[in-house]
Design a protein around this ligand. Structure first.
Ligand SMILES: Cc1cc2nc3c(=O)[nH]c(=O)nc-3n(C[C@H](O)[C@H](O)[C@H](O)COP(=O)(O)OP(=O)(O)OC[C@H]3O[C@@H](n4cnc5c(N)ncnc54)[C@H](O)[C@@H]3O)c2cc1C
Length: 423
């Protein structure tokens, strides 16, 4: 049963933090539920601003998507800019695009400022065309991003093959603003930085209920309670308990496998400039190297589902299709995680009560966006100014047919993986 404990990121995490379980009563200005990028960024921001802060994590820091992802620090959402503007409106859409264009600078800036040991590499990303049709899609993205001022570059098939070292790429969109990190180490480093400036960080401390009492929020855990003027719920796809504020999303699983560190020669033949990659396939594939030269490949699917065998068989075939030189490399680590997908692929901020915000629905793009959303939610609550939020807050959000749609994605991924090996 591959899962969090099997993850490469757990094995190679260069950051650590000492924490305690919540016990007894604590009173703070702002309480944050969830120890991922969103919660830790909010905690760091609020503590830096001089507020008293407490962050509560049900398991360990990075237990959710933040400790399991690919580590691509992108400068935007999945959606091309025109679709973001069409969903949110011209002004809010353009504001979100601008905020997220700067998200990699914010992430790598925090890494530098707090000396977070998370294997930062800011050499850009390559969105690789898996077919001629995929390259057409990249043309559209390129023109929309260029008009929005993004310094992206469209690479033809020959150049992309040289850049990736893969014969299977039909072209690529290079984004120099982006990069890669060791995702778990980044979130643990953020929590450590927040703790350094005074935030109380409690782990193995699931919050079971929230209620308002005399103008204060009261959060109940197993062995203690927190009273706070403001709260942020940052639980995304790993929300547990607290039924009243459970986020609505379609759960989509994504898995990754890693080789052992490659030999010097093999490593030199793959992504020599160190970009992170994903492709234009509807059932997408990602690939990158880590600091020690392990090759990491990912695809959509739940390794613990009935289709798990198809995903595992596919990934070995795919590895060879993309990089024939890796034919003899066993995949030694496998893990997966859950993505909170929304229908329009735009993250949501819900006003769950007075001075209480929840964010979810990063739809597989949460390193930069979660870091930015966490910061801005904390700034908005501390300044009592909703206009600071990255998207207009809503009071309720629903998704329909989430179980059916989850089954649709999982079955589609399993069937695709049963039959396909082409890039
Ligand atoms: C496999 C995978 C690959 C991905 N790849 C990328 C990528 O390359 N680039 C990118 O930008 N994004 C990627 N993402 C998305 C990104 O990882 C997420 O959007 C991001 O981590 C969300 O951060 P978060 O802080 O909002 O939530 P999470 O990191 O999920 O944190 C939520 C936390 O809340 C805790 N929690 C839940 N309920 C409670 C409770 N009642 N009390 C206390 N704590 C609670 C959970 O234990 C969890 O630790 C990927 C996601 C997955 C799963």
């Amino acid at each position: 049963m591959p899962d969090y404990d099997q993850s490469l990121w757990r094995q190679t995490c260069g950051e650590s933090i000492k924490t305690q379980k919540l016990s007894g009563d604590v009173t703070v200005d702002i309480a944050i539920i969830g120890g991922g990028y969103t919660g830790c960024s909010a905690a760091l921001t609020a503590a830096k601003a001089g507020a008293s802060v407490c962050l509560l994590e049900a398991h360990q820091i990075g237990h959710g998507g933040s400790g399991r992802n690919v580590g691509l620090v992108n400068a935007g959402l999945w959606l091309p800019p025109d679709q973001i503007r069409s969903h949110l409106g011209q002004v809010p859409g353009s504001r979100l695009i601008d905020l997220l264009a700067n998200a990699p600078s914010e992430v790598f800036g925090l890494v530098n400022a707090h000396e977070i040991a998370c294997e930062p590499v800011r050499h850009g990303t390559l969105h690789c065309a898996h077919s001629a049709k995929g390259f057409e899609d990249l043309h559209t993205r390129h023109s929309q991003l260029s008009v929005s001022g993004a310094p992206v570059e469209l690479l033809d098939a020959n150049t992309s093959r040289k850049r990736t070292g893969s014969p299977a790429v039909h072209g690529a969109l290079f984004d120099p603003r982006a990069g890669t990190i060791q995702p778990l180490a980044f979130v643990v480093g953020l929590a450590r930085a927040a703790q350094d400036v005074g935030a109380l960080i409690y782990t193995e401390s699931p919050i079971q209920s929230l209620r308002q009492e005399a103008g204060m929020w009261v959060l109940h855990g197993e062995n203690g309670a927190v009273r706070a003027k403001s709260i942020i719920q940052a639980t995304n796809a790993y929300h547990q308990g607290i039924a009243d504020t459970a986020p609505a999303y379609v759960p989509v699983y994504y898995f990754q496998y890693a080789t052992a560190p490659l030999s010097h020669n093999l490593r030199a033949s793959i992504l020599p400039e160190g970009e992170g990659c994903w492709d234009t396939g509807l059932i997408m594939t990602s690939f990158r190297l880590d600091q020690e030269g392990r090759f990491i490949i990912g695809g959509m699917g739940d390794l613990n589902s009935v289709g798990g065998f198809a995903h595992k068989a596919w990934v070995s075939r795919k590895l060879v299709a993309v990089y024939p030189q890796l034919a003899d490399q066993p995949l030694v680590k496998g893990w997966h995680g859950r993505i909170a997908m929304t229908s329009d692929h735009i993250p949501k901020i819900i006003q769950i009560g007075p001075h209480a915000l929840a964010a979810h629905g990063f739809s597989g793009r949460g390193i930069g966006p979660g870091t930015v959303f966490g910061r801005l939610m904390a700034e908005s609550l501390l300044n009592d100014d909703p206009s600071l939020l990255p998207v207009p807050p809503i009071t309720e959000y629903r998704e329909s047919w989430t179980g059916l749609r989850r089954a649709f994605f999982e079955t589609g991924a399993a069937l695709t993986h049963l039959v396909k090996t082409r890039f």
